[in-house]
Design a protein around this ligand. Structure first.
Ligand SMILES: O=C(O)CCC(=O)C(=O)O
Length: 226
């Protein structure tokens, strides 16, 4: 059983423009990185996600799962995705994330990147149902496994920033990050191992009326792009 978080871990704040900021707890759970990776890859109900874009069926380049309180329903392309119940490891990790951040979450989206070709295209999690409020949507992203580049951009202001997310790192996107920026996980030709990312969210009741969590999922940026 993995041990608890590193209580000496100190949060680092990175201010972006226009009222957006990131809080990073580096290596919060890195001492248990391998154990959590094994447990989460083995125990969660990972599956492919298919969606339609421009009349074509696309398979997202990663595996996903969605868990949460019963009201944390998630809808896109006209289909409701009912959350799977919380599992023991997810409950334990939610407790660690809430303990570190002082924030509350009622759902979690899991992404499993099987290697460097798995990725997440540019998108913002800016659906009105993600809260607690439009000018401060809290999304807490906890990573296990190999390092991956997490990139944010604001095309309007030609602003781009990047955080290398390693196993055990906790990053919280705050303020106007979702309305002012898009984010992505960069595809890479380097040999990288598995990575699990959990984004804890606060979803208000009734279900999301959103597009897929990654607009342009198929068009993932790559190392060559930046
Ligand atoms: O894997 C990551 O770090 C990013 C996940 C993400 O962007 C999302 O779940 O919306």
């Amino acid at each position: 059983m993995p041990e608890g978080p590193d209580t000496d871990c100190i949060v680092q704040r990175l201010h972006l423009s226009a009222g957006a900021w990131l809080d990073l707890w580096p290596r919060l759970l890195s001492a248990q990185n391998d154990e959590w990776l094994t447990r989460l890859t083995g125990e969660l109900p990972w599956h492919e996600e298919r969606y339609r874009m421009f009349g074509r069926e696309i398979v997202a380049p990663r595996l996903v799962c969605w868990h949460g309180d019963p009201q944390a329903r998630y809808r896109y392309s006209g289909v409701f995705h009912e959350p799977e119940p919380w599992t023991e490891p997810l409950t334990e990790l939610r407790r660690a994330v809430e303990g570190a951040t002082g924030l509350r979450f009622n759902s979690v989206l899991g992404n499993l990147y099987r290697g460097g070709r798995d990725s997440m295209g540019w998108h913002a999690d800016d659906e009105p149902e993600i809260g607690p409020s439009a000018d401060d949507r809290h999304i807490a992203s906890l990573s296990f496994g190999d390092d991956r580049r997490f990139v944010l951009r604001c095309a309007e202001r030609r602003e781009k920033t990047e955080v290398l997310l390693g196993g055990g790192d906790l990053l919280v996107m705050r303020g106007t990050t979702q309305s002012e920026f898009q984010h992505a996980i960069i595809k890479t030709a380097k040999v990288v191992g598995k990575r699990v990312n959990l984004t804890f969210r606060y979803v208000s009741g009734g279900g999301l009326t959103s597009r897929p969590p990654a607009q342009g999922l198929g068009a993932a940026p790559s190392d060559d792009e930046s």
